[in-house]
Design a protein. Sequence first.
Length: 620
Amino acid sequence: MKKNYVLLCAALVAGQGISAQESQQDPVEVQQLQEVVVSDSRFQLKRENSGKTVIKISTEELERSQGKTISEIINTKSGIEITGSRGRDGSVFGVFARGGRGRQALIIIDGVRVSDPSSFSQEYDLRLLSTADIESIEIIKGAASTLYGTNAATAVINITTKKSSAKKVSGNFQSTIGTNQTADDQNYNLGSFGNAVTINGTLNKFSYNAGFSNRYSSGLSAAVTPENEEDTFSHFSTNLKLGYQFSDNFEISVYGNQTKFDTEFDAALTEAPNRAKVTQERVGLSSSFKYNKGSIHVNSAYTDYETDSKSTFGESISDGKNLVLDFYNKYVFDDKWHTIVGVNYLKDEAVFSNEADFTILDPYANVVYVSDFGFNLNTGARLNTHSEYGNHFVYNINPSYVFTTTNGYVKLLGAYATSYITPNLIQLFGDFGANPNLEPEENRTIEGGVEYFVNDKLRVSALYFDRNEKNTIGFDQNFTSINVANEIDANGVEVEASWKPSADFSLDANYTFTERKGDNAIRIPKHKANLALNYQVCETTGISLSYAYTGQRVDTDFTTFTDVALDTFSLVNLYVEHVLKPNKLKIFLNGNNLLNEEYVEVIGFTTRGRNIIAGFNLTL
């Protein structure tokens, strides 16, 4: 069989005029170090010392997902459902983690919380992100307000953008083109286009990174209507990051971003010439100073969000501004105690009939203890100080114990943690139904599980979670915002497996069971599973095959205001890549929904059928 592989690889590279002797030295087996995770402690700790089952989306996985949006990629992970990620580009209806709502999942970019204070849900719009700009993503689930503050109730999605190359000048160019069609209209017309270019490098102590990306799609109607008129989506993003390494211990970087997207949308079951234009302008600064066994960090950003929406109800313009400053000190005692003491400042502003704002000033502390006999403990507390409702206290206790085996470990873990979600500016001071006396929503999460790890070959984990919501913000009979008396309970099981029997083959799988009680739990599947097979055919060619199952869930039909059960569906995707020159030019083909499954994700809105995307990635 090995001979067949050699023949296949030789055929693929024959047209390039590159001989095997010219490529590299004889391959040697490289022992991978155990994966390092950061998000649950802000320290670089080995996975076995973490009390969480942190999900890591690596650079390699992102490269295998070229042609997909960030929402599509995150949606394949356990415990998370991003409704709208399978529909027309430009349609995202919410990030649901562990049976929660979008406002309960926090997005962090390069260490700084991001959210639009002028939006009703105060969520961060994932459509603002370009996959080409992202280096890696870590996801921790459960209550995490101790380290990350408001909205970190069900999940924290920690996104790291690409760093500068160590070379003086480095460039990357990406381009994709593909179809954009439904299951019942397989016309194979080209309707999806994307491009990205990045120039970066390091000159002595100075580093730079400049990038531009855009994507455009057409061919699909947002709503399922007899007319099925096309609704377009366009996205443009420009990034600039500059850094200076003053010494081995002190560095500082500044960055700026402008992102614009323009999308047409319909009312459910009704064709309408609705359009939304969203602009994000963001500037930030990060700095770190190392001393002995400690370091001081500053992360700050100022973001301006503007949305201009024209619909059948008229035109609306919203403007929100957000200032975040996070100052903290990290120190390690005796190589066992990893401590963080910090203060987080947040100011949200928005314009309604009048200007409105609130401020948050949160001191916090967190301690991670890593023993030499298997016991680990992650614990901390935060005092939330809000300009409107006063103080609120949250804390977490997250112990774990590791039993070392001959080739790996078995880890038992548990957690008890609380979180909070502040009322947003619309709920406090908006033009309709505002209530300045609202209290923060409260979340409590209990979880326990086990993780089994064997070298770099196999990792299996199973975890049970139980989450309780109090003071959820809803409406009374007059549509005034109130803290509702009813509590909401969500519980479930998350199972993950990663198997790599050889350097050429890997398998990743996950299954999630979620049950939410206390409301109608729309768009949250009770059962969800994902499977991904990755095979490196030879040095230059790789194949990835994935399967995604989404179980039964309910959605509200807003024409009758009744809940409707949605059928289960399964999607099969295939990704193939081939390197024409080692580490230089990569061409790829991405096939989504290969079996052309027809399904409903949100009642009245379009979903995509079989689609093919082709592209290239050139690194210089």
